[in-house]
Design a protein around this ligand. Structure first.
Ligand code: SAM
Length: 322
């Protein structure tokens, strides 16, 4: 699949639900809004979309996300079906980890390859504050359960926010490396509630690297296609492993973007910074996806995928499929 700018598209982020059991301050406008978002993607439609995109359009990497995908009532069944698609090279899932300890083994058995787990701080109070009520211990135990279940390498995603966790980056890296995880640090993006105040919170890649370099020796590793992170082999503190930085703001990677998103409403989103949605549900009769119709919708989304995502995005990641 090639978009209007000549980029190969082979990665899909599929949002299974708008719902989340957390309401991170940079993601969800407020707790109430999170609870009001109560939309789960129909499990048969989810499967049909991935089947269509893998068999006809060259999607090879699928990441299940949300909202919080572990809240989807038919997640394990969906993973089991998707993992049997021959064309799929990798099936992964992004989670806040609050319910991962109970699900990790079943997800692995169902055929999930890996998980990414969001963890912005190790401090219980700070975690409860940023997530509006989450329990850090649950996520830490969830990560350890994912490692034990073989959902590896587990990737820990840290959204770096000035004044919140920017002094903690090396500690989080050390915690993850000690458990064999890859730890990735993300610049906060102008998306959702932080769209207008991002500059106060943004810690750029150069500064993130400097903070990590105080504790670790870092050697760049060459990136694989479709991978926005710049990864480093890290050694220090008697630890070794991989840390990475994803810098959409200070080092945008739009020219290498290989992604499409599908929201929990069954709409294609071609770029995180673009407000346009392309409805796939209109081609779904409850049993079958009309491939010819869906192809026309896909062609429009591909043709209009922006060369670069520059606009602030008022919708939050939870509804876009982060
Ligand atoms: N609930 C799952 C989770 O917490 O990982 C999946 C959905 S969440 C929207 C996906 C990722 O988006 C998380 O790692 C979250 O930290 C990130 N995210 C949300 N809003 C963001 C923003 N404004 N800038 C950077 N990352 C953001």
């Amino acid at each position: 699949m090639i978009d209007g700018c000549g980029r190969i598209i082979d990665h899909l982020r599929l949002s299974l639900t708008d719902r989340c059991n957390l309401a991170c301050r940079y993601c969800a406008p407020d707790q109430g809004a999170t609870l009001r978002g109560r939309l789960d993607l129909d499990v048969d439609l989810a499967y049909a979309i991935v089947q269509w995109l893998t068999t006809r359009h060259g999607i090879r990497y699928v990441r299940l996300t949300g909202g919080e995908p572990l809240l989807h009532p038919h997640l394990i069944q969906l993973v089991a079906r998707l993992s049997r698609l021959d064309e799929l090279h990798e099936l992964t899932l992004t989670t806040n980890g609050q319910a991962l300890a109970q699900r990790a083994a079943a997800l692995r058995t169902a055929g999930l390859d890996r998980v990414n787990v969001s963890l912005d701080t190790l401090d219980p109070q700070r975690f409860a504050h940023v997530t509006r009520g989450g329990h850090v211990q649950r996520t830490l135990v969830g990560i350890e359960a994912a490692v034990a279940a073989g959902l590896t390498p587990v990737r820990i995603n840290v959204v770096v926010q000035r004044g919140l966790n920017d002094h903690e980056l090396a500690d989080i890296a050390a915690w993850g490396l000690a458990r064999g995880c890859t730890v990735r640090f993300l610049e906060v993006m102008p998306i959702g509630p932080l769209a207008h105040v991002m500059d106060q919170h943004l810690v750029g890649a150069t500064e993130i690297l400097a903070r990590l370099s105080e504790r670790f020796q870092l050697r760049p590793i060459s990136a694989s296609a479709g991978q926005p992170a710049v990864d480093y082999a890290a050694t220090g503190d008697d630890l070794r492993g991989v840390v990475g930085i994803i810098a959409p703001t200070t080092r945008p990677f739009c020219a290498q973007c290989r992604r499409l998103r599908v929201t929990a409403r069954g709409q294609l989103v071609s770029c995180l910074h673009d407000d346009r949605r392309y409805d796939l549900r209109r081609w779904w009769n409850g049993h079958e996806l009309d491939y010819a119709g869906a192809d026309t919708t896909l062609r429009a989304a591909l043709a209009e995928k922006p060369a670069a995502g520059v606009a602030a995005q008022p919708a939050c990641m939870r509804s876009l499929g982060g």
